[in-house]
Ligand binder design. Structure first.
Ligand code: C5P
Length: 395
């Protein structure tokens, strides 16, 4: 999935440029974001208006665009992407890339970026077969650029052979593969819950807790960085979705359970959410203060962690729960491990400033024993935790 991924799409000047519009739609349909760049040649085949409308973003065309330069600068544009895609990559664009030219916005970005580059060539069969193009392709591949093989078939110029732009699903698959490449968790699906749940009392009031969702979001991001496909089921929080993460927003515990069920199967589940233990049957009308304090009849919420950890074919290989405790951390965590049926409990002491704060200090409890992790920012704790999860998964 390209969910949450930022793609810088450079559209070169070839007849296949119109297919890049379809690619933009496919990337966005998977939740990816596209920043489009049109070369002068590209703009001769597709209009900036079409590209911008489909991408839902400003289209960049010139190195000398003062507005862009004032806002982020072209180097910033190169950095703010998870992947650069050149589609179509014409013979000329490949030659300029191979030569290291920076004579327009596209080639300047390609020189300035440190992110992986995928080039999708499309050109006349003789141009593709020409020794100059072959040499340029070899040079670029040796530098780590992923260059797709063009399709074989009839071409717009009337010839037949290799040179056609690959079909969009094939391009999409290549983008997914490159984005997840190299990570320990590549090919695995991770399910994460985060944040509080809100249990409505009436249309304006609800029961909730202090969870900010930060630790869960950091874990979701760390899992994506290791190459996992991540589904993050988030309660109501004011946090940006980490790059590469597919987010499903929910309100109540029962909605969270439903979203979790829909996201399964998963290889690993990390239940970080501070799920409300109880809900009330909400009043359809706002409760009036004049009627006196209401009596709330609380009913238990489903235990999502215990549900996911139940033995069976849909059980993830690794199920991790969290325990927010104010005393007897290790003892409570061990009891929870058994009660919930999970493989690991990440216990934290919430008697201080952890809940809603930016730092955390956790104790990892499994059937084999306990490991204390040093206190640190939640992102660091997340990075350490996911490495330990990967170890437990044996990857
Ligand atoms: O039962 P307790 O709330 O102490 O357990 C905490 C762990 O269980 C956390 O991992 C939390 O996400 C999970 N949980 C859950 N559904 C609930 C209550 C807790 O998934 N209803």
């Amino acid at each position: 999935m390209l969910c949450g991924r930022r793609i810088l799409l450079i559209i070169g000047g070839g007849i296949a440029a119109y297919k890049s519009l379809e690619l933009i739609r496919a990337i966005r349909a998977e939740g990816g974001a596209v920043t489009p760049v049109l070369t002068a040649g590209g703009a001769a085949f597709v209009t900036p208006m079409s590209v911008s409308a489909l991408a839902g973003a400003h289209v960049h065309t010139s190195l000398w665009d003062l507005t862009t330069e004032a806002e982020i600068g072209h180097i910033g544009l190169a950095r703010a992407a998870d992947l650069v895609v050149v589609c179509p990559a014409t013979a000329d664009l490949l030659a300029r890339m191979a030569a290291g030219l920076a004579d327009d916005l596209a080639t300047t970005l390609l020189l300035a970026t440190g992110t992986p580059v995928v080039a999708v060539p499309a050109m006349n069969v003789h141009m593709w077969d020409h020794p100059a193009t072959r040499a340029n392709v070899d040079t670029l591949r040796a530098r780590g650029v992923t260059i797709l093989e063009p399709d074989v078939g009839p071409m717009a110029c009337g010839e037949h052979g290799p040179g056609r732009l690959p079909e969009v699903p094939a391009i999409m698959q290549a983008l997914r593969t490159v984005l997840g490449r190299g990570g320990r968790l590549a090919g695995l699906h991770a399910l994460v819950t985060a944040g509080p749940t809100h249990e409505p009392i009436d249309p304006v009031r609800y029961l909730a807790n202090r969870s900010s969702g930060r630790q869960g979001f950091a874990i979701a991001g760390a899992l994506a960085t290791l190459g996992a496909r991540v589904t993050l089921v988030a309660g109501p929080v004011a946090l940006a979705t980490p790059a590469g993460v597919c987010r499903v927003d929910v309100g109540t515990a029962r909605e969270m359970l439903e979203a979790v069920d829909q996201a399964l199967p998963a290889d690993l589940a990390v239940m970080v959410a501070a799920v409300a233990d109880w809900h009330v049957r909400p009043s359809a009308a706002k409760l009036k203060k004049d009627s006196g304090p209401p009596t709330l009849h609380l009913a238990a919420n489903p235990d999502i962690l215990a549900h996911v950890a139940q033995p069976g074919p849909r059980r993830p290989r690794l199920v991790v729960g969290f325990a927010a405790e104010t005393d007897n951390l290790a003892a409570h965590a061990r009891a929870k491990l058994a009660r919930k049926g999970c493989d690991l409990i990440v216990a934290n002491d919430v008697s201080g400033d952890v809940m809603g704060g930016s730092e955390n200090e956790v104790l990892l409890v499994s059937a084999e024993g306990e490991t204390a992790l040093p206190r640190g920012p939640k992102a660091e704790v997340a990075a350490r935790l996911v490495e330990l999860f990967a170890e437990r998964l044996g990857v």
